[in-house]
Structures are given as C-alpha cells and as structure tokens.
Write a protein that binds this ligand. Structure first.
Ligand SMILES: Cc1cc2nc3c(=O)[nH]c(=O)nc-3n(C[C@H](O)[C@H](O)[C@H](O)COP(=O)(O)OP(=O)(O)OC[C@H]3O[C@@H](n4cnc5c(N)ncnc54)[C@H](O)[C@@H]3O)c2cc1C
Ligand SMILES: *[C@@H]1O[C@H](CO)[C@@H](O)[C@H](O)[C@H]1NC(C)=O
Ligand SMILES: *[C@@H]1O[C@H](CO)[C@@H](O)[C@H](O)[C@H]1NC(C)=O
Ligand SMILES: *[C@@H]1O[C@H](CO)[C@@H](O)[C@H](O)[C@H]1NC(C)=O
Length: 361
C-alpha cells in the first residue's frame, strides 16, 4: 500500500519529517506551507534560531534530542554545505537560579548540575572555578554544533527535493484542506501537522495550550567562541544571556529573551541594548574591549518559539475513515536539536497507522 502524505509546515519540523518519510519509497510526500526557507516572518520560528544543541528535555523525554545529536554530528563531519560547524559550548549556572527555578530563565533541565546529557557528548566536563564567567557559580562544557539556519533550511529543503518530495505554497484555513493538496491528485491518507505556532489561527480545534515564547536576538558580524548559555541574568525573568557563532560567515547570534505569552513582533531597543551589554560584559573580546560600541550589528530580530504547556505533541489522531493526522508541534526552544528524533517518531506513527489500515483490509 502506498501512503499519500501531505506535511503542513516547512519549518525544521515539517521539512525533517518530510525528508525521513520520503526515504520510504512507499510514501509520496508533499509539503505545503505559508512560509518557506528564505522568508523572515513572525509566524515562522525556524529562521530565527541560533541554532545550537543545548539539551533541554528531562531525562524521561531525552529520546528526541539524544537521537538527533548523532545526525547533526555526522552532518557536521561529512556535509559542509549543510552550514553546521563544531563549537565548544559553555553552560554557566547561578546557584540562585538552581535553588529558585521560578526565577530561572529557561524552564528546562539544561542547568541540572548532573545532567543526563553528560553521557551524550564525547568531552563533557565540569568547569574549574577559574573558568567561570564572572557572576556565575558553576558550569560545564562540551563540544556541540552551531547551525547557520540561513544555510541549513534551504539545504534541508534541497534534500527533500532530491528525495522526491514536492513543495508548494498554500495558506490553509483548515487542516482538513490538506487532504486535497497532494501533488499526486490523490486524497491524502496521512496529514502531518507541523504548523508550529502559526496554526493557532488554523481551523479545527484550537490548541489553547500553545503560546509564543518570544525570543529577541541581535545578529552581529563580530566573532567570539566558545558558545555561552547562562541560567539567568541580572535583568530578571524572561531575559537570557547567550552567544553562538554561526558557521560559514553567518555572524554571531547574541541572545536573548524567553518571554512566554508575548506576541510582539518588533525588536524592543531597550531589550536589545541590555542583550548587547550583558554579552559584552561576559565576553569583552567580542567587541575588542570597546563595549557595545565595538559591535557591528547585522540586524535585530524576533522569533516566536512554539511553546506548549504540556510540551511536545507527537501523536496520531484519526481525522475520518481514511485519513490520519500525525501531530509534530510544540517544540518551543529545541526544534532543531530534537528535529531528527521527532521526525523518526513521525515515521513510526505513520507506519503504525498504516498497519492499522492494512489489518482492516
Ligand atoms: C530566538 C530563538 C532561538 C532559538 N534557538 C534554538 C536553538 O538554539 N536550538 C534549537 O533547537 N531551537 C531553537 N529555537 C527553536 C526553534 O526555532 C523552533 O523550535 C523550531 O523552529 C520550530 O519549528 P517548526 O517547524 O515546528 O515551526 P515553524 O518554523 O514556525 O514552522 C511552521 C510552519 O508551518 C506553516 N504554517 C503555519 N500555519 C499555517 C497555515 N495555516 N497554512 C499553511 N502553513 C502554515 C508556516 O508557514 C511554517 O512553514 C529558537 C527559536 C527562537 C525564536
Ligand atoms: C527571585 O524572585 C523573587 C520574587 O520575584 C525575588 O524576590 C528574588 O530576589 C529573586 N531572586 C533572584 C536571585 O533574582
Ligand atoms: C494542528 O496543530 C495546531 C497547533 O500547532 C493545533 O492548534 C491544531 O488543532 C492542530 N490541527 C488539528 C486538526 O488537530
Ligand atoms: C566588529 O566587526 C566589524 C565588522 O567585521 C569590524 O569592522 C569591527 O572592527 C569589529 N569590532 C571589533 C571591536 O573588533
């Protein structure tokens, strides 16, 4: 039996799902989306990510991130045109943030002093006191990667094309419309819902547990390594300090914010100033010791992470007698670092519902 699959969404979740689904030649895959790689729009989170690999899941939910890391490692080693490079990552913690998690910026396990992910990376180690960023009480480091999303997303789309996926623009008012959008002309028997946050406006049941986790960043030409991720900042809840240098002339992303419920699409100049001041304080070399004035800004930007109260939704749902929806949305701040693991989960669910359909014949 062949599956006629329509994936709604061309962010990292939709494209990675489409790519892995297309590897099974029994599947014909169409991607339909309002926004495509190359677009910069507040309804499209993927271009705004750093993106780096800083695991955020709990140990129980480690599967998505731990299955994705080996793929990114291989791509970095073997596929330079994907726009990913290795970079050391320094994670810095304040004792106050660990004690009082209500004040911590990232609502995740990243800053666990004994994290599950220490075994995921080859060279994880705790920091000596002398290695810490001033203002932080402990930290660790490991070799991760930084993905230049401006190169990676078009590359990923190209991999889909090479594998026979057909990609089309469409604005859906109802997810059920996807059924008629396969390039084959056949009705889809599988729809993958990878619409991120955008689909709050999409017809069907509103998932009211979805909200934006607003991320404001500054992209600068100046460079500094290693990557830096801090558990909290002196500027209070919702603000973050991080820095990562993108591969292949992509500049350096300075962050940031993680502000749940805030839909503002325009960069706030005061927030931008605070981000630059914090990064320059932590890493004076990035601005040649000249402070914020030493930075050369490419652009200020805002992306809305697709946050979901209960976390990721990766599950199947029956739409009608012949059609299933496989949901893959709600990745908040870890959409890249979990992309291959989640897409593998989509493939498993498609196989499962296809077998259910087969057993009924
Ligand atoms: C500032 C910032 C920093 C981040 N840093 C990292 C990081 O370092 N590492 C990491 O792993 N992640 C990071 N993330 C998170 C990551 O960007 C997201 O988790 C990921 O991009 C979500 O991808 P997605 O494909 O689910 O959604 P999106 O990229 O938002 O894609 C949604 C797609 O669905 C389409 N769509 C929606 N509604 C409709 C409709 N009605 N009709 C047709 N199409 C529709 C859109 O057009 C789009 O193509 C960061 C995010 C931000 C904002
Ligand atoms: C944490 O938040 C509480 C309440 O807002 C505040 O009183 C306290 O000073 C904060 N602690 C830190 C370390 O920021
Ligand atoms: C698809 O996912 C969105 C969240 O991104 C959700 O609001 C919507 O209800 C889902 N569509 C269907 C048909 O379940
Ligand atoms: C920051 O980068 C710009 C552009 O590459 C460069 O002209 C400038 O000198 C850099 N600043 C410092 C302090 O190195």
């Amino acid at each position: 039996m062949t599956n006629t699959i329509v994936v709604v969404g061309a962010g990292v979740s939709g494209l990675t799902s489409a790519l892995l689904l297309s590897k099974n030649k029994a599947n014909t895959v169409t991607v339909v989306a309002k926004h495509m790689p190359g677009d910069y729009d507040i309804e499209y989170a993927s271009p705004f990510a750093g993106a780096n690999i800083v695991p955020m899941a709990t140990k129980e939910n480690a599967r998505w991130e731990s299955r994705s890391w080996p793929v990114f490692k291989r791509l970095t080693e073997e596929v330079p045109e994907a726009g990913i490079h290795f970079q050391k990552c320094h994670i810095q913690r304040r004792d106050d943030d660990l004690r009082n998690t209500a004040n911590a910026t990232f609502p995740d396990s990243t800053f666990d002093p004994n994290p599950w992910y220490k075994d995921l990376f080859d060279d994880f180690r705790e920091h000596e006191p002398s290695e810490l960023t001033p203002g932080y009480d402990s930290g660790c480091q490991y070799t991760a990667v930084c993905i230049n999303t401006a190169i990676y997303l078009p590359w990923l789309l190209g991999q889909c094309l090479k594998s026979g996926v057909v990609v089309k623009r469409a604005i859906l008012t109802d997810i059920r419309d996807a059924k008629q959008l396969s390039h084959t002309g056949n009705a889809a028997n599988i729809i993958v819902n990878a619409t991120g946050l955008g689909s709050l406006k999409l017809g069907g049941v509103l998932d009211t547990t979805m909200a934006p986790a607003r991320g404001q960043v500054v992209l600068v030409r100046n460079e500094s390594t290693p990557m830096l991720i801090c558990s909290g900042t002196p500027d209070g809840r919702g603000e973050e300090t991080y820095l990562m240098q993108r591969a292949a002339g992509g500049g350096t992303i300075l962050g940031g914010t993680y502000d749940i419920g805030n839909w503002e699409s325009q960069p706030d100049p005061n927030i931008a100033t605070r981000i630059m001041q914090r990064v320059v304080a932590a890493r004076p070399d990035i601005a040649g010791g000249k402070g914020v004035a030493g930075l050369s800004v490419v652009r200020h930007a805002v992306g809305l992470r697709p946050w979901r109260k209960a976390g990721l939704r990766l599950e199947e749902e029956r739409l009608d007698d012949e059609t299933w929806i496989v949901h893959n949305y709600g990745h908040s701040g870890w959409g890249y670092q979990g992309s291959y693991g989640c897409a593998e989960g989509v493939v498993e669910l498609v196989d499962k519902v296809t077998n259910v359909a087969k057993s009924k014949l």
